[in-house]
Ligand binder design. Structure first.
Ligand SMILES: *Cc1c(COP(=O)(O)O)cnc(C)c1O
Length: 405
């Protein structure tokens, strides 16, 4: 299928290019000594990802340890309440540890093991990436250092406890707004001190090459499974696919299965409290081209051109940029990016819980909220939502801030 001059039959062969670019986005903008470390990871990945031993070990892990394939559920009561559109969710909430992130963490940790590294380090926002990586590290017997903003540590206490129980060191970051962006900076600094013995496991399709590609590839299992399951369930493709976009890993995993199909694809960003800079984290909607954290993409900048402060009710979405591939697909128009507010998100959180018996993560609730609006607009057809994670981690926060609705 061709879209705006790009041939999607051969898309994954051509994007990214060998330097890690999706069009003008992506690449690797990092200090020279780290560049060597990234090249080592890139080379190892290109070799290892083709080895049948690596592939079959990853397949076995997904089946026996993660509990894949995760199912697709038809949302009968929610669909009926909205009209004639049929809504479905891909249940990444049922992936081990409760979100899609384990898909790339097991891949990254397996790569670390093949490369003979002793330690994995990472940042975490909602704590889901930290928990997933701590889980992978425990599984493979690797040391694990997790950098986390002080604000998020308070918001996500259960996940902090989980990481510690799994044997990880949780390192508190107090600089700046003390959320995800500052945690990324701190983890990057620690990595530059220690890159010979460890791998920096980036938690989304962001960062320098090869991470946007590698994390997409590890997450593509979601889209591959979903396409097959959906066509088996319904006899056809969905009319629309919807996923929330923070860094963009769950979305890229799901979208990659449908890019070459006549399916409308929607990425949903957090509009938070509103359109003023600092009140949201809708980087693709309101951002401009720029480099941060080692890659070129579309980002939200302050008046000095630095990454702007961002806000979202979902800790996992409050990041001032998105992966370079999303910026590329955005400019190309192959994926439509849109926003929902905190309020719409919280409504969707309670609606899905009440009508379907599925408590979604606040991040995933953004995708549900958008799909509910889209269903009313479409009037007929089907929508497949990527339910990136479960809401257990958010319960205390929601009850404290919003009460039971
Ligand atoms: C981290 C997280 C996200 C956001 O990350 P992406 O890389 O954009 O997928 C979304 N949903 C859940 C449940 C998460 O934990």
């Amino acid at each position: 299928m061709k879209h705006n001059g790009i041939e999607f039959d051969t898309y994954f062969k051509n994007y990214p290019d060998e330097k890690g670019f999706f069009g003008k986005y992506g690449g690797s903008f990092i200090p020279e000594e780290l560049q060597k470390a990234m090249e080592e990871i890139t080379e190892a990945y290109y070799t290892i990802c083709k080895s049948s031993k690596f592939i079959s070990e990853l397949r076995r892990i997904r089946r026996e340890f993660q509990g894949r394939p995760t199912p697709i559920s038809y949302l009968e009561r929610l669909s009926n309440s909205l009209g004639n559109v049929q809504l479905y969710v891909k249940r990444e909430d049922l992936n081990h540890t409760g979100a899609h992130k384990l898909n790339h963490c097991m891949g990254e940790a397996l790569l670390a093991k093949y490369m003979g590294k002793k330690k994995v380090i990472a940042e975490t926002g909602a704590g889901q990436h930290g928990v997933a990586l701590a889980t992978a590290a425990a599984y493979f017997g690797l040391e694990c250092d997790i950098y986390m903003g002080a604000v998020d540590i308070k918001k996500q206490a259960p996940n902090v406890a989980r990481m510690k129980i799994l044997g990880a060191n949780v390192i508190e970051v107090t600089e700046g707004l003390a959320t995800l962006k500052e945690a990324v900076d701190a983890a990057f600094m620690a990595y530059s001190r220690d890159y010979k013995d460890c791998i920096y496991c980036i938690g989304s399709v962001v960062g320098p090459h090869p991470f946007p590609m590698m994390v997409r590839d590890f997450q593509s299992v979601v889209g591959i499974e979903a396409r097959e399951q959906f066509t088996e369930m319904t006899g056809e493709l969905p009319d629309a696919v919807v996923a929330c976009v923070g860094g963009g890993s769950n979305a890229m995993g799901m979208f990659s299965g449908f890019l070459n199909d006549p399916v409308d694809i929607y990425g949903v960003e957090p509009l938070g409290r509103g359109t003023a800079l600092g009140d949201h984290a809708a980087s693709l909607q309101y951002g401009t081209e720029g480099v941060m954290h080692g890659f070129n993409s579309i980002m939200l900048k302050d008046e000095n051109g630095e990454p702007a402060p961002v806000y979202s009710v979902a800790s996992g979405l409050d990041y001032p940029s998105s992966g370079p591939e999303h910026a590329f697909l955005h400019d190309l128009g192959r994926v439509k990016y849109d926003v929902v507010t905190d309020d719409e998100t919280i409504d969707a959180f309670f609606t899905l819980s009440r009508l379907e018996g599925i408590i979604p993560a606040i991040e995933s609730s953004h995708a549900v909220a958008y799909a509910m609006k889209l269903a009313k607009e479409m009037g007929k057809g089907s929508i497949l939502i990527n339910l990136s994670g479960r809401g257990d981690k958010d319960m205390d926060y929601i009850i404290e801030k919003y009460g039971i609705r």
